[in-house]
Design a protein around this ligand. Structure first.
Ligand SMILES: NC(=O)c1ccc[n+]([C@@H]2O[C@H](COP(=O)([O-])OP(=O)(O)OC[C@H]3O[C@@H](n4cnc5c(N)ncnc54)[C@H](O)[C@@H]3O)[C@@H](O)[C@H]2O)c1
Length: 346
């Protein structure tokens, strides 16, 4: 594998410098903070390239990833574009012998993840996915609670997000671009749950409701809308399960977006605080509520830099990033076929 003596030798660039959340700036800044050297930005929108030049004076800009790969000596490229472009752009980068990090979701299908992982192996470079939320304060706290044994053995993890709300007009609401309603926050939530339940998954059932928002007269994507609501259940060898729902139709969504149910209690994560309920031997409840600890997502790029310089094991491997995508891919097929589908590990 291509490695370096110091993080500063790793010249980094991004593809996509969008304005929705200023993610291009966040990536370049975090890579810089981890000691790496920002050198290049590729973006199809000239106005956003102008913003990148203001944010990082002297950075080289390109209208396409092909020009960037041809003209720049960038060593590591991050893809921060709409979901349906990840696999093609990632393959272009890996085939040019550069390390590649894809924003989440790694890609839309299992097959796309597999060809990205294979291409990285073939060219002796690293492929990873920016699962910065792996280090969110609330999930780090939840893992501490689970590992302490205070809520007993984990029986299931329920994850839910949304409400009753009309989808926006941005690309995230277009199914062919986003992958579907589960592919945005759903990927973060699944990645949380897969840290909590580590047993092998055996099968996935998916469910979808659609057509409500797409039928409204002002629908942004009448023929290409996300599902109004989608849900999946993952069964594990241990009998444990994950239950994920992302909805735009639920007027009374239950409070808390992550709920870990154990044999002795429940840990609930809300935006501001967490709540751990432990059932005492006399049947009474001991409830602990506290503020969620701060996020540590910057550790993602610290790990990437340490991996490429000192051989530190990669936390978010291509294979790890493939796991939630395989589950989403199976859930989409399962919803269409009306039956559970088996999980296939590479
Ligand atoms: N990890 C997180 O916390 C987090 C947060 C927000 C977004 N994201 C992810 O980041 C990615 C981008 O989302 P966003 O909100 O920044 O979107 P965005 O629409 O703000 O930005 C996307 C940018 O990509 C550019 N682009 C599209 N195709 C391109 C191409 N072929 N070459 C070069 N540039 C191209 C667009 O012009 C646009 O400026 C998505 O995968 C999203 O899920 C992750």
């Amino acid at each position: 594998m291509k490695t370096y003596s110091t993080p500063a030798q790793i010249k980094v660039g991004v593809v996509g410098y969008g304005g929705a959340f200023n993610m291009g700036r966040q990536h370049l800044q975090q890579m810089k903070d981890a000691g790496m050297t920002p050198v290049a930005v590729a973006e199809v929108d000239p106005a956003r390239l102008a913003v990148a030049m203001q944010d990082f004076p002297g950075i080289k800009t390109y209208a396409t990833v092909a020009e960037m790969l041809e003209e720049s000596d960038v060593e590591l490229v991050v893809v921060i574009t709409p979901h349906n472009t990840h696999a093609t752009l990632g393959l272009q980068i890996l085939d040019a012998g550069r390390h590649c990090i894809l924003e989440k979701p790694m890609a839309i299908t299992t097959a796309e993840c597999d060809f990205l992982i294979d291409a990285a192996k073939k060219h002796g470079v690293t492929v990873s996915t920016y699962h910065n939320r792996h280090w969110d304060g609330w999930i780090l706290k939840a893992l501490d609670v689970v590992r302490s044994g205070v809520i007993g053995n984990v029986v299931r993890v329920d994850l839910r997000m949304g409400g009753h709300a009309k989808p926006g007009t941005w690309w995230r609401s277009s199914r062919s671009v986003s992958g579907g309603v589960l592919y945005d926050w759903g990927v973060h939530l699944l990645e949380y749950a897969l840290q909590i339940i580590t047993a092998p998954a055996t099968e996935v059932s998916g469910y979808a409701a659609e057509g409500h928002w797409a039928a409204q007269p002002d629908a942004a994507y009448p023929n290409d809308a996300n599902e109004d609501e989608a849900q999946l259940v993952v069964r594990f060898e241990t009998g444990q399960r994950i239950n994920l729902t992302i909805t735009t139709l639920d007027a009374t969504l239950k409070r808390g977006f992550v709920e870990i149910v154990g044999t002795k209690g429940t840990h609930l994560i809300e935006w501001g605080e967490y709540e751990t309920t432990v059932v005492q031997p006399d049947g009474s409840r001991q409830i602990t509520k506290a503020k969620n600890p701060p996020d540590e997502g910057y550790r993602f790029y610290q790990n990437i830099a340490a991996h490429l310089t000192a051989g530190e094991p990669l936390v978010i491997t291509g294979e790890w990033a493939r796991r939630p995508i395989h589950i989403l891919d199976l859930a989409m097929q399962s919803a269409k076929q009306g039956r559970a589908l088996p999980v296939v590990y590479p």
